[in-house]
Design a binder for this molecule. Structure first.
Ligand SMILES: [Zn+2]
Ligand SMILES: [Zn+2]
Length: 284
């Protein structure tokens, strides 16, 4: 590999490594934990051991540095091309037994937590084959970490992306004057711009959106994904509303933050409520 290519890869790597930045995932986990029923909370506590749910939620990104876990890389996102629907993608995936995307990743983790033997065996075999250890030595803790994380990912609209720009990773924008890619603005830029801790961010999001909680309790994974696709289209449609005169790049700053911060809050809150509703159903 030549040095230039290597430098390029090192430069690009962090952008692949991050999903909602760590704080986004912690916000989802915090809102989820705060909305667990007493019995679900007891089961979740037992599965986690000496960890906070907010700590578990970032683990699926940290293990991306370990090649053994490469088989989970594609579980963080999915591709729905503009001319496709979710059911096209799901039908296409059903022809294979492999777990390919975030939709299937969530379903696998749910099945594991429900105690379905086939799913538990499938994940155990995948870990053995790839010589990696479950989180805290526990399949349940592993599945819980992945579930909370993936529910977060699927609410990040750029994680339900289009192939041609790799979910916005290849779109350069100026975010408050700094060159970033559009994907990372949505993973972490909008959240970090607020300079809040994850617990503060979670508290604000919860106050603003708790009225949505009930409607989040009975909807389904396909609803969440379709919402992300609709939001993604809105992001593309408004991208060039303001451009930088010199570079012609989209220039995203206060206006953008004003328009989209409430939406990021709403996505994180919805992810937290929905994750809690799922766990409350499993651990009755
Ligand atoms: Zn992720
Ligand atoms: Zn991401």
């Amino acid at each position: 590999m030549n040095t230039r290519l290597l430098t390029l890869l090192i430069f690009l790597l962090p952008q692949f490594l991050l999903a909602w930045g760590a704080n986004g995932h912690r916000v989802v986990a915090q809102i989820c934990y705060d909305n667990l029923s007493p019995s679900a909370r007891a089961s979740v506590n037992a599965a986690m051991g000496d960890n906070y749910l907010a700590q578990l939620a970032t683990w699926p990104d940290y293990i991306k540095a370990e090649s053994g876990w490469d088989f989970t890389q594609s579980w963080h996102y999915m591709t729905i091309q503009p001319d496709m629907t979710l059911s096209d993608v799901v039908n296409d995936n059903n022809t294979r037994s492999k777990i390919d995307d975030v939709h299937e990743g969530i379903e696998l983790m749910l099945a594991i937590l429900k105690g379905e033997p086939e799913a538990r065996q499938q994940m155990t075999e995948l870990m053995q084959k790839n010589k990696v250890e479950p989180l805290a030595g526990s399949l349940d803790a592993t599945a819980l970490a992945f579930l909370i994380h993936f529910i977060g990912d699927v609410h990040q609209p750029m994680h339900v992306g289009k192939n041609r720009d790799r979910g916005g990773n290849s779109i350069t924008v100026l975010y408050f004057g700094e060159r970033k890619n559009l994907h990372s603005v949505w993973d972490s830029g909008i959240i970090e711009q607020e300079r809040l801790s994850y617990t503060e961010f979670a508290a604000f999001a919860n106050i603003h959106f708790r009225s949505h909680k009930t409607e989040c309790e009975d909807d389904s994974l396909s609803t969440w994904i379709n919402e992300s696709v609709a939001l993604r289209e809105r992001i593309y449609n408004t991208l060039y509303d303001n451009t930088d005169r010199e570079t012609g790049l989209p220039s995203l700053s206060w206006d953008y933050q004003h328009d989209f911060l409430p939406i990021v809050e709403e996505r994180l809150a919805a992810a937290g409520y929905r994750a809690a509703a799922m766990l409350n159903k499993i651990f009755k």
